[in-house]
Write a protein that binds this ligand. Structure first.
Ligand code: 5CA
Ligand code: ZN
Length: 409
């Protein structure tokens, strides 16, 4: 699949510092020191509805990761998937009497537009589940041949008991896992499974549903977790720097993915850091396609909201926090954008070299975007209250805000 166009990232004087980031698996902050090419996999959308603010907040977090690494003069190898065949997508298409491929294509196209408007840097490889099927089938065959997968009425399940390290990403107890599995696409109640938590690797063809040739697996379609493992291993290999997503992916998705990869390669972890963004709520509940309590990025854009203000609204919350979208959050962001633009539109101003370092330090410290905004606020307030004469300052501030925060002033 094609991704979306990259906005230019201005180069800044000097060099950023290495990223320290909270890792769910080790339950602490680690310093990542990638080689010349940093590698990141971010779980992409299931395209059955438009991009909402919760999605945008999660992709904003990983966009900051890219920007921090680019500022350390590294290249970034970024891979993202699109779950373009899965139960919720097929159910929505059936409900609305539309073709599932058209639904997926339309919503993916809208996602690209939203990401472009928000200045999120694109992945180099943007891979759909459907196009990944030829790579998924041999992995499922290998798991089965290694005794880590079994057949249940034609469906192939992964046996979580085949991985001694199972649980090492989420650290949840069995009961919590069971509840989350039922909530998030698993089928712990299905009779005949070795362990209720075992996730499907390959679902045998169902009447009226799309299916593909699975070689020795028979016709069917891939499970969700093996999709991301196959794409990540194909494009990044084991031991890449970050696997990212929202905190609702910790279990079962990232736990199962780590487990599949561990059994396939004998190595743990698949990613050096498992990084999770908090959940954005609306009216007190997690924004979710299934509940329908959504604020769409595209609807805000249509209503004339500047995407830079949406981006500032996202940045005003720490990525690991759960937070609530309100009109006030957006109003404050619009006001801040106005103040910032006024301050950098002056021909000269207060020296800004220290600000560049403050923003760098805030982001390198577990992507502390609110601290970065506070640093820019301080420069802006001082600039508006005085008459500095550094002619390079407004341009340097604009470039810093653009390069490190993705906001065009
Ligand atoms: N296709 C899978 C990942 S492989 C999936 O979870 N798709 S999704 O469309 O449901 O979500 C896309 C990303 O947005 C995921 O990282 C998810 O964790 C994140 N996300 C979903 N809802 C919210 C929310 N309310 N707040 C923050 N992030 C969210
Ligand atoms: Zn994923």
């Amino acid at each position: 699949m094609h991704a979306w166009p990259a906005s230019e990232v201005p180069a800044l004087p000097g060099k950023g510092r290495d990223l320290q980031i909270h890792d769910t698996a080790t339950q602490g902050t680690i310093t990542l020191a990638p080689g010349p090419v940093a590698r990141i996999y971010v779980c992409g959308i299931t395209p059955y509805d438009a991009t909402h603010i919760g999605h945008a907040a999660t992709y904003n977090a990983f966009d900051l990761v890219q920007r921090v690494w680019l500022d350390t003069k590294r290249q970034v190898h970024y891979v993202q998937n699109v779950t373009d065949v899965d139960d919720p997508l097929l159910e929505r298409a059936l409900r609305d009497g539309q073709d599932w491929t058209e639904l997926a294509e339309r919503e993916t196209a809208l996602f690209r537009e939203d990401m472009t408007a928000l200045r999120m840097l694109p992945p180099q490889h943007y891979i759909g589940a459907v196009e990944a099927i030829p790579g998924i089938v041999p992995l499922v065959e290998r798991l089965r041949d290694a005794g880590a997968a079994y057949d249940l009425d034609g469906d192939i399940y992964f046996s979580v008991e085949s991985d001694a390290n199972f649980g090492a990403v989420s650290h949840l107890d069995a009961e919590a896992m069971r509840l989350l599995s039922a909530e998030r696409g698993g089928d712990p109640e299905r009779p005949g499974k070795k362990n209720p938590l075992d996730p499907m690797l390959w679902m045998a063809a169902r009447p009226g549903e799309p299916s593909w040739d699975g070689g020795s697996l028979g016709r069917g379609r891939p499970g969700w977790h093996i999709e991301c493992v196959a794409i990540a291993l194909d494009h990044l290999g084991m031991g890449f720097d970050i696997q990212g997503g929202g905190s609702d992916l910790v279990f079962p998705h990232h736990e199962m993915g780590a487990s599949h990869a561990q059994v396939l390669t004998g190595e743990f972890p698949m990613a050096k850091a498992y990084v999770h963004a908090g959940m954005v709520a609306l009216h007190g509940e997690k924004m979710s396609k299934s509940k329908g309590n959504l604020v769409f990025v595209s609807a805000l854009r249509r209503a004339g909201v500047d995407p830079a203000a949406i981006r500032l609204a996202l940045l005003s919350h720490h990525y690991r926090a759960d937070w609530e979208w309100t009109d006030e959050v957006l109003e404050q962001a619009v006001a801040r954008l106005g103040r910032w633009r006024a301050a950098v539109s002056r021909p000269d101003g207060l020296p800004a070299d220290a600000l560049v370092e403050e923003v760098r330090e805030a982001l390198a410290n577990d992507l502390d975007a609110p601290a970065a905004l506070a640093a820019v606020d301080r420069w802006v307030d001082a600039q508006n209250a005085s008459d500095g004469d550094d002619e390079s300052a407004p341009g340097l501030v604009s470039r810093t805000v653009d390069a490190l925060l993705g906001v065009a002033l």
